[in-house]
Design a protein around this ligand. Structure first.
Ligand code: ADP
Length: 319
């Protein structure tokens, strides 16, 4: 771990990484990066690098977690052991359990869960590189991955922290500011300003909290713009690809003049034949085949049970 810097803000009012007090780190988003997930997103927030995958709506395993009137949302935050300076012990711990819980709560309300009773929407986020603010980066990625999965939502969730260093409020803390600062307040909000996550580590006056929240909300708005743009670019690209694949070449492109003449002849002949045949065939009764019922596999009908192995382990989402 690096030593505590003497001061966090220089004489020009800039922070150690050159940012202004109210400036967030650069956000880069790539949508649809995983072929096997229903929705996915790779996101960089400064030096944080995270990847989110969304599966569902799908069957709930274990079944006792199933809700009859709505879908359950599960969120798993995991930090790769190589994501931090000193190797992190792999596997779940109290911190990742807490982050998974608050992040799920931050997203769940935005999802129209009532549209998918008895099903699960599973969100996995892997932190590949950590540099303070991984829970906010993870939430931003998860929100985009949900949209990419086509899950109906009230709005995207955008997250960003604010904090206090050298008795000054700053937005989106970096590693040193997070480690040695006086306060760290991650927040998440919807585009209409509803706060869905607010945690606080450290001490702030009510005035500082109010001002800091306004700063972080502006940060969230900037993140939202990047999320929205990334989704729009992704779908514009997909639409372009689909249009290219389906666009039928025009007759002029593929048919030579000779062929056109030939095809005109054929259509004239066809019209003549049709006239003749239709004129004669209307007298005949059309033959109607009896519909054959499809046999149902009774074994598979019992309470929707299948022989398939559950693909989600209970421990994966244990809170
Ligand atoms: P967040 O990443 O959301 O800011 P924390 O405030 O708990 O969450 O963590 C701040 C930073 O501390 C992380 O982004 C990461 O860089 C570092 N960190 C967290 N947990 C560990 C760990 N187990 N080992 C090493 N570094 C860690």
């Amino acid at each position: 771990m690096s030593d505590k810097p003497e001061k966090f803000i220089d004489e020009n009012g800039l922070r150690l990484d050159g940012r202004k007090l109210d400036q967030i780190r650069d956000v880069n988003i790539e949508v649809g990066v995983l072929a096997r997930a229903d929705g996915s997103c790779y996101l960089e927030f400064g030096n944080n690098k995270v990847i989110a995958a969304v599966y569902g709506p799908r069957e709930v395993h274990p079944r006792h977690q199933q809700e009859s009137t709505r879908a359950i949302v599960r969120y798993k935050y995991n930090m790769a052991s190589f994501s931090v300076e000193d190797r992190k012990r792999p596997g779940p711990d109290r911190r990742s359990t807490e982050i998974s819980k608050v992040s799920r709560e931050a997203l769940e309300d935005q999802v129209f869960t009532e549209y998918f009773p008895k099903s699960a929407i599973d969100i996995f986020v892997e932190v590949l590189q950590a540099d303070a603010g991984t829970r906010t980066a993870a939430l931003n990625a998860a929100s985009v991955a949900l949209a990419d999965a086509g899950i109906p939502m009230r709005g995207l969730v955008s997250a960003c922290a604010f904090g206090k260093v050298d008795d000054t409020l700053v937005v989106d803390l970096n590693k040193d500011e997070d480690n040695y600062g006086q306060a760290d307040v991650p927040i998440a909000m919807t585009p209409d300003g509803k706060i869905t996550l607010l945690q606080m580590d450290g001490h702030l006056t009510p005035e500082e909290l109010k001002t800091g929240l306004e700063m972080a909300q502006e940060g969230c708005r900037q993140v939202y713009e990047v999320q929205r743009q990334a989704l729009m670019d992704h779908y514009a690209k997909m639409q372009g690809e689909t249009a290219e694949e389906t666009e039928a070449p025009s007759v002029e492109d593929v048919v030579s003049d000779e062929e056109k003449v030939a095809s005109e002849d054929v259509s004239t002949v066809t019209e003549e034949v049709e006239e003749k045949v239709i004129g004669e065939s209307v007298k005949e009764e059309p033959e109607v085949k009896e519909a054959i019922p499809i046999e149902e596999d009774e074994e598979n009908e019992v309470d929707g049970e299948t022989d398939e192995e559950p693909d989600v382990e209970e421990d994966d989402f244990h809170e």
